[in-house]
Ligand binder design. Structure first.
Ligand code: SAM
Length: 349
C-alpha cells in the first residue's frame, strides 16, 4: 500500500514502456550509461533487400519523428552521456534533411558520428555530409554483379552505389567499411572478388552472417553461411591469426591480409556466435522509441517529450530503457524468437 503513494513508483508507472519485457532476462545492474547509440532516423528506404523487407510496398511506421523532435532527442542523448552516434534506418540518405541533422549532431560534439548507408544517394551527399561534420561512413554492398544487385535489393542500381563509394573516398572518409551479407547460393561465390576489389581501393570489407531477424528469419535455414566458412573460403588471403574486435567499435572481428598486414577484413557472427555480452548499444527507432536491444520490441516511448522539446524527460527515459537491457550472458540477440517479429528498418539495423 505504501508504494501506491510513493512518487517514484507513481512516476515509473506512468512511463510509456512498450513490449513483452517479462520474457527477456535482465541484467542484475544497469552498469554505466549507454555510450553508443544507433538511430533509425527514418524507416523509409529506396531498397527492399530480401533479408530485410518483404517487398517495396510493405508500408512504413506511423508517427515518425520530424527534425525538431530529433534535435531534442540528440540533445538528450548527449546529456545522458552518449559518446558515439550512428545514423541508420531505413536509409538515412533518403531523409530530406539528413545534412542538417548531421550538422546539428556535429554541433553537439559527439566523439564519433557515423552513418550506415546503401550509398544510392552518396554520390551527391558524400561531400555535404563530410562538410557537415560526419566522421565515418559504412556502405552496404552485397554483390558486384549488377543483375544480382538488382535482385537482392529489389531494384537497386549498382552503378549509383559504386559512384557513391567513389564520392565517399574523394570526400576523404577513412576508413570506409563495407557490409556484405553473405547468402548461400546468392553471393557466396563472390567473397574473394569483393575482398580484393575492396582492398584495391583501401576499403575495409566486412562479411556478415544473415541473421534470423525480420525477413532474415525466412532465409537462415537455407542461406546462412557462417563466418567460419567464409574465413575458410578466404584463407589463402588471410594471416592465420585470431580475429580481433576494435574495442568500442562494434562486434566485427578483424583479420589481416597475408600480403599486406595494413589491410584487414571483418566478420560479423550475428547468428553463429551472438555477441550480446559485450553489447553497449542503445537504439532509437524512427518513431522515437528508446530500445535496449535490436531483437525485441521492448522499449520506452520518448516521442512525446521529443516533440515537446523536453530533453530532461528523455534523459530519464534513457535511464529506464537502459535498465531494460537484456542480460547478455544468457540472451542471444537476433537468434531469439522475438527477433523474427521486429522491423529492422524501424529500429535501425
Ligand atoms: N539502408 C542502410 C544500409 O543499407 O546500410 C542502413 C540500414 S540496413 C538495415 C543496416 C545493415 O543491416 C545493412 O548492412 C544490412 O545489410 C544489415 N541487415 C539487414 N537485415 C539483416 C539481416 N537479416 N541479417 C544480417 N544483416 C542484416
Amino acid at each position: 500500500m505504501a508504494a501506491m503513494n510513493d512518487p517514484a513508483v507513481e512516476k515509473r508507472r506512468s512511463l510509456p514502456m512498450l513490449g513483452a519485457r517479462a520474457l527477456v532476462p535482465k541484467r542484475a545492474s544497469a552498469g554505466p550509461p549507454p555510450r553508443s547509440v544507433r538511430v533509425s532516423v527514418t524507416d523509409r528506404c529506396d531498397f527492399a533487400c530480401t533479408y530485410c523487407r518483404p517487398s517495396r510496398n510493405d508500408g512504413y511506421a506511423d508517427g515518425r519523428l520530424m527534425t525538431p523532435a530529433w534535435k531534442t532527442m540528440f540533445e538528450a542523448l548527449r546529456r545522458a552521456g552518449v559518446r558515439r552516434v550512428r545514423l541508420t534506418g531505413g536509409e538515412p540518405l533518403v531523409h530530406p534533411e539528413i545534412v542538417a541533422i548531421v550538422a546539428h549532431l556535429s554541433s553537439l560534439g559527439f566523439e564519433d558520428l557515423a552513418l550506415t548507408t546503401n550509398a544510392s544517394q552518396l554520390a551527391r551527399l558524400a561531400r555535404p555530409l563530410r562538410d557537415a561534420g560526419l566522421h565515418r561512413v559504412n556502405v552496404s554492398i552485397d554483390t558486384l554483379d549488377p543483375v544480382r544487385f538488382r535482385e537482392v535489393t529489389r531494384g537497386g542500381d549498382l552503378d549509383a552505389v559504386l559512384a557513391g563509394i567513389d564520392a565517399a573516398i574523394e570526400a576523404g572518409f577513412s576508413p570506409i567499411k563495407l557490409n556484405t551479407v553473405v547468402l548461400r547460393g546468392v553471393n557466396d561465390d563472390e567473397l574473394e572478388r569483393i575482398l580484393l576489389w575492396a582492398w584495391e581501393r583501401r576499403l575495409l570489407p566486412r562479411f556478415l552472417e544473415v541473421m534470423p531477424i525480420a525477413e532474415g528469419a525466412k532465409l537462415v535455414a537455407e542461406h546462412l553461411v557462417t563466418a567460419a566458412e567464409m574465413r575458410r573460403a578466404l584463407a589463402a588471403h588471410l594471416l592465420a591469426e585470431e580475429a580481433v574486435t576494435e574495442p568500442g567499435l562494434g562486434p566485427a572481428k578483424y583479420v589481416r591480409a597475408r600480403h599486406d598486414p595494413g589491410l584487414r577484413v571483418g566478420f560479423i557472427t550475428g547468428t553463429s556466435d551472438t555477441f550480446c555480452e559485450t553489447c553497449d548499444r542503445l537504439r532509437v527507432s524512427s518513431t522515437g522509441v528508446l530500445r535496449p536491444c535490436l531483437a525485441t520490441d521492448d522499449g520506452v516511448d520518448a516521442a512525446a517529450p521529443a516533440r515537446a522539446g523536453d530533453a530532461e524527460t528523455i534523459v530519464e527515459h534513457i535511464g529506464l530503457a537502459w535498465s531494460m537491457k537484456p542480460d547478455g550472458t544468457v540472451w542471444k540477440g537476433c537468434t531469439e524468437e522475438t527477433a523474427a517479429g521486429v522491423s529492422m528498418r524501424a529500429i535501425g539495423g
